[in-house]
Design a protein around this ligand. Structure first.
Ligand code: GLP
Length: 264
């Protein structure tokens, strides 16, 4: 795992946007795993501006979203379908046939989860998975007790997550209590994981995720096992990390991070 600390959230977002852009330029058929949530909003804004102003081309990119609420139609403003089209897909030149988001309205949820895994496999697996960390320590909707080997499945949301996300619904009571999520095992199979974490309120959970013991109680700790995982955080989110100086030293002195340094 590599931790890159940026002085501001804007710089952190900018770096992750550049990592995505470089990956698309290197491999136009990139299979890109995407996340939702407030952290992603400025990242998607940045990608939209790179598309409009710099011609970043999404025409061959294939996307897989991490998760979706069960029981919400794509037209519901709280659904992740709605979020993704509203913040990203409606504003870039992606081929809509290449967009994959779990169907939370499927009659047979188990079958939907199995098909989702198969689709990921059919595209040769995820090249680059973008993530953030929820306040419960989740990645996707892998709430506490999620197995490190878990696959795409239905998961009950924790009280912390319900509290965190219900304000994103026009009527907070409408927030579903269950979701479909890629499993921790599914996420760990991506070639590269890039985790964007911003804001002081994420300080405790980021420190647990990066420096804490690996535990199913904090799914993000599983990323410590990933051979190619980069965490990009702003100073505020990094406030509880004990090894900050070490992370900074590596970033400034290791030649393998030159590319990243050049992007900010
Ligand atoms: C959401 C999503 C996660 C996301 C996380 C962070 O519930 N299921 O994929 O990374 O929680 O959300 P936010 O960025 O709003 O803090």
């Amino acid at each position: 795992m590599q931790v890159i600390l940026q002085p501001t959230a804007e710089r952190a977002v900018n770096l992750v946007a550049h990592i995505i852009a470089e990956s698309i330029k290197r491999k136009p058929h990139l299979v890109l795993g995407l996340a939702t949530g407030r952290t992603m909003v400025p990242l998607y804004q940045r990608l939209v501006s790179m598309h409009r102003e710099e011609g970043l081309d999404f025409s061959l990119v294939v996307t897989f979203n991490l998760d979706e609420y069960i029981g919400l139609p794509p037209s519901h403003p709280g659904s992740y379908h709605y979020f993704m089209y509203n913040h990203l897909f409606n504003h870039i030149n992606i081929d809509k046939r290449n967009i994959h988001i779990p169907n939370g309205m499927a009659e047979d949820i188990r079958k939907e989860c199995k098909l989702y895994e198969e689709k990921i496999r059919d595209f040769g697996g995820i090249d680059l998975q973008i993530l953030s960390i929820g306040e419960s320590g989740h990645i996707g909707f892998n709430e506490p007790l999620s197995s490190m080997f878990s696959r795409t499945r239905e998961k009950a949301l924790s009280p912390i997550t319900i509290e965190q996300n219900k304000h994103l619904f026009p009527n907070p009571e409408e927030m579903p209590k269950r979701a479909i999520t890629m499993g921790v095992g599914t996420i760990l199979e991506a070639d590269q994981c890039v985790v964007l974490v911003t804001g002081k309120h994420k300080g405790e959970i980021l420190a647990k995720a990066v420096e804490g013991p690996i535990t199913a109680m904090v799914s993000a700790t599983a990323l410590q096992l990933h051979p190619n995982c980069v965490v990009v955080a702003d100073e505020e989110a990094g406030c509880k990390l004990t090894q900050k100086e070490y992370y900074r030293w590596i970033f400034e002195n290791e030649p393998e991070w030159e590319v990243y340094r050049g992007k900010i």
